[in-house]
Ligand binder design. Sequence first.
Ligand code: NBP
Length: 485
Amino acid sequence: MSAPTGDIGLIGLAVMGQNLILNMNDHGYTVVAYNRTVEKVDQFLAHEAKGTNIQGARSIEELCAKLKRPRKVMLLVKAGDAVDAFIAQLLPYLEAGDIIIDGGNSHFPDTIRRVKELESKGFLYVGAGVSGGEEGARYGPSIMPGGSPAAWPHLKSIFQDISAKTASGEPCCDWVGEGGSGHYVKMVHNGIEYGDMQILSEAYSLLKDVLGLSHEEMGNIFEEWNKGELDSFLVEITRDIVRFNDEDGTPLVAKILDKAGQKGTGKWTAISALDLGTPVTLIGEAVFARCLSALKQERVHASTILKSHAQAQFTGDKQQFVEDIRQAVYAAKLISYAQGFMELREAAKEQGWNLNYGGIALMWRGGCIIRSRFLGDITNAFRKNPGLQNLLLDSFFTDAIHRAIPSFRRVVSQAVLLGVPVPCFSSALSFYDGYRSAKLPANLLQAQRDYFGAHTYEIEGQEGKWVHTNWTGRGGRVASSTYNA
Ligand code: NBP
């Protein structure tokens, strides 16, 4: 048998897998393709891959036999059992030092487990988040690889070659860190995406329902916004969506059922934030906003019973309010990204990952759904100060949020007065006011906890000394150590 010529094997010939293979082929790599339903390999070779250097394999054994060593096999299959099933099938045909890469949306605890298992057997394992959908996969995705560090030198050139590039030519792919950090960073990326989408939906709702603007007018506003500090993929597609007319000449978006779906990565981000005790409120609200939207029938019924008792209509300066909404979008985004990086920092602390925050912002700068000009400013902030505690404390962002806050307050208060739901805007503003408060009413919470559960509290200025008070004169002197509330 002739010497193997495959640079990398790829399993999973659905939308992501096929496009990544074609992308790798364009960059001069020889890819060997395999799929559970083997007929799809033949179809791919006969159509999309026709005339390329792409090779096919009709079994896992053949796939592994066609790869140069150390073998690199990338999975682009449904997250969950399918990944474990393929790992089990691959191992008999791999040798120590060979690398398995999971490019799907796996949940990070699964990746942590797989890295440990595979490393204990002498293999290398990488969980690589890939973002950008079909077009990203084909022409340049954002790739977030993490796992066995020894795998990176073997993957670096291929992943950086096929990834998106920033305007200055930097690849939107770099080594994230150990264990499940690659998939964790991808998960937080998706959570931030949920937040950005909800923020723009709240802006759309205010422009449409409070100011009564037409879809054409909104298209022009989003176009203007996309020329400044909000320049981003999501503002760009929102502009195109609101301008898109159905065959009858009316805006298609207005006809779409207001019931949002979700696949779970936003929820995972919120759950992880709760587990870590990190206040990632905006992403949490974005997930709940989708849940509330899904209660369509219940909402339609409630709308016939529950009244807003709101001020009937907006009477202020419309042009000023459009600018206020733009500033509110910017401020909410800034708070959301600050929260996302707080979550990454806490996870890194808990898991012992060494994360490069500037590098992460750079990976999201191009190729992915949250790509924006703003991420360049975040990269700069972390490059200037890698130990930055919170994005809001970087002087560029402190100035930016200070400029936006008066508008942000006007938007949230108007929305509240008019009865228009703005869950992400309002929770972001509350977070900002809480984060900048040296004193919060948690003193009362602590007193309540001690009153009913003898949980003890600390006196300001005497931290570390836990005190219990017999508030009613009827309780004892013993404090609780197990009762949690
Ligand atoms: P899908 O998520 O639709 O998965 C299709 C592939 O998984 C096919 O190769 C299919 O084989 C295989 N598969 C399934 Br389904 N169940 C299997 C099982 N039990 N055992 C073995 N193989 C199984 O494909 P995709 O949309 O290309 O996404 C691939 C991964 O990338 C997913 O983890 C996804 O979450 C992630 N991702 C997707 C996007 C996107 O925009 N679509 C973006 C970013 C990340 P078959 O052909 O034999 O059924």
